[in-house]
Design a protein around this ligand. Structure first.
Ligand SMILES: [Cu+2]
Length: 215
């Protein structure tokens, strides 16, 4: 890709992030987004924002996620991404701050198994790590900003950190209406299967970004 095109893409991404974020958010520069080599940032004081750089399995930077305090109980999450397949992508916080593309889940064949399961406990859709899916445009860019009361920057930067994970496909949040329930299978289960209950059928983990832990 010509350098000018790359810079234009990076600038567009930075603008998208700036437009979506609150004025207090430091805007990530085009240079940082396009060519950063830093894999992680560390929260040095409780309450400080945290940033994760999302990379694909080949190590290429897909974008950044920035989390800051919104008020006493809520956090604002700002995302800027590029190089995604157009359409929706499941997007979650996973519980371990380790993004190893070579750690492959035996059951699903997905990379980044090292990031562990979703942050928090409960059924998929109700865990602390469940977030709105990303919507990638035809040019592969996605930009989002939302507020959640399910985690704080401090909780993300706990002893073992956490990881922002982008999935290959859409997330149904295990929201399967009763009319789709089937007769009991071998295990006696009558509802959604394991893949639906675990990731909402969002498929493989295609991007991962570490929030480094304090421990
Ligand atoms: Cu996930």
């Amino acid at each position: 890709m010509p350098r000018t095109t790359r810079l234009a893409m990076a600038a567009g991404l930075a603008l998208g992030l700036a437009a979506a974020a609150a004025p207090a958010v430091p805007v990530l520069s085009a240079t940082t987004t396009a060519a950063t080599t830093a894999a992680t940032t560390t929260q040095t004081r409780p309450g400080e924002p945290v940033t994760a750089v999302i990379r694909n399995t080949a190590g290429r930077v897909l974008g950044t996620v920035h989390v800051e305090r919104y008020d006493a109980k809520k956090s604002r999450v700002s995302v800027g991404m590029r190089g995604l397949a157009p359409g929706f992508h499941g997007f979650h916080v996973h519980a371990a701050g380790v993004c190893d593309p070579r750690s492959v889940d035996r059951a699903t064949g997905s990379a980044f198994s090292s990031a562990g399961s979703h942050l928090g406990s409960g059924a998929h859709g109700d865990t602390a790590g469940d977030m709105p899916p990303l919507l990638a445009a035809a040019d592969g860019t996605a930009s989002a900003s939302f507020v959640t009361d399910r985690f704080t920057p401090e909780q993300l930067a706990d002893a073992n950190g956490s990881a922002f994970v982008v999935h290959a496909g859409p997330d149904n949040f295990a929201h399967i209406p009763d009319r789709y329930f089937h007769r009991p299978d071998d295990t006696g289960a009558v509802g959604p299967d394991a893949a639906t209950r675990k990731t909402g059928d969002a498929g493989a983990r295609i991007g991962c970004g570490v929030v480094k832990g304090r421990g």
